[in-house]
Design a protein around this ligand. Structure first.
Ligand SMILES: [Zn+2]
Ligand SMILES: [Zn+2]
Length: 245
């Protein structure tokens, strides 16, 4: 039981890491580009652990940035209520994809051959990912680990960013929407520093140094990007982003 829950938590953290550094900071905001081999690996991880399609995620997210906490925002707790987003984020995401005009926000995304022909079958990826966990951990432990991961990823971690961080916390930048929450930042690979992100979406760093930021703003995604840059596997898109705060 403990092994299953810890494994599920670990898989959810890996999925969250790829979501933030690749889908969010890379594909959506174009703050970082990745080596094609690493990009393929991250597409594969997303397929096996989340079933998310890159263009759909980017479209819904950029629609959110175009209308933050105002009419047109796909998942605003200010408009819909905190618990509607905190518990229903996944369904709001699915609904937003079907709305006319949403996919226009992802026109810059060029899907790879694998994304167009293989990774588009979301449930196949999740089935293979779950089967992999069952092979490594044993059938029931693997199944419980997969269930724990999906519960955490789809109904808790992402929801904390779109829900809680748009309703509770502190602001470094008063004039922009959303809040920072340092505890949530720890379990969402930095995404909990959401007020910082809305202030400057094109910055691949979600933390701010003092005195702008507060003590203890930790962005584990930034550390991962810096490590990948050092290995020559990632590159900040703009030179001004090379020395993030
Ligand atoms: Zn937001
Ligand atoms: Zn964003």
């Amino acid at each position: 039981m403990l092994v299953a829950v810890l494994s599920g938590f670990l898989v959810a953290q890996i999925a969250s890491l790829v979501t933030t550094i690749y889908l969010h900071r890379g594909a959506a905001h174009r703050a970082v580009t990745y080596h094609p081999a690493l990009a393929f690996l991250m597409d594969l991880v997303l397929w096996l652990t989340t079933g998310i399609r890159r263009d759909e995620w980017v479209a819904v997210h950029l629609k959110h940035h175009a209308h933050p906490d105002e009419e047109g925002d796909p998942h605003s707790p200010i408009l819909l209520g905190l618990w509607a987003v905190q518990l229903g984020n996944y369904f709001l995401y699915r609904k937003a994809i079907r709305e006319p005009g949403t996919m226009d926000y992802a026109k810059h995304i060029k899907l790879s051959w694998a994304e167009r022909h293989v990774f588009r079958f979301s449930f196949l990826g999740l089935a293979i990912g779950t089967a992999g966990l069952c092979i490594v951990l044993g059938f029931w432990t693997g199944l419980l680990a997969a269930f724990t991961h999906l519960l955490l990823y789809l109904f808790f971690l992402n929801n904390l960013v779109n829900g809680w961080c748009h309703a509770r916390g502190y602001k470094n930048f008063e004039k922009v929407v959303a809040f920072n929450n340092r505890l949530i930042a720890w379990i969402t690979v930095g995404e909990g520093l959401h007020n910082n992100h809305h202030h400057e979406p094109g910055n691949y760093s979600l933390r701010r140094s003092r005195p702008t930021g507060r003590f203890g703003e930790v962005d584990l995604g930034l550390l991962a990007i810096r490590a990948l840059c050092a290995l020559g596997l990632a590159e900040p898109r703009h030179s001004r982003d090379r020395t993030p705060a």
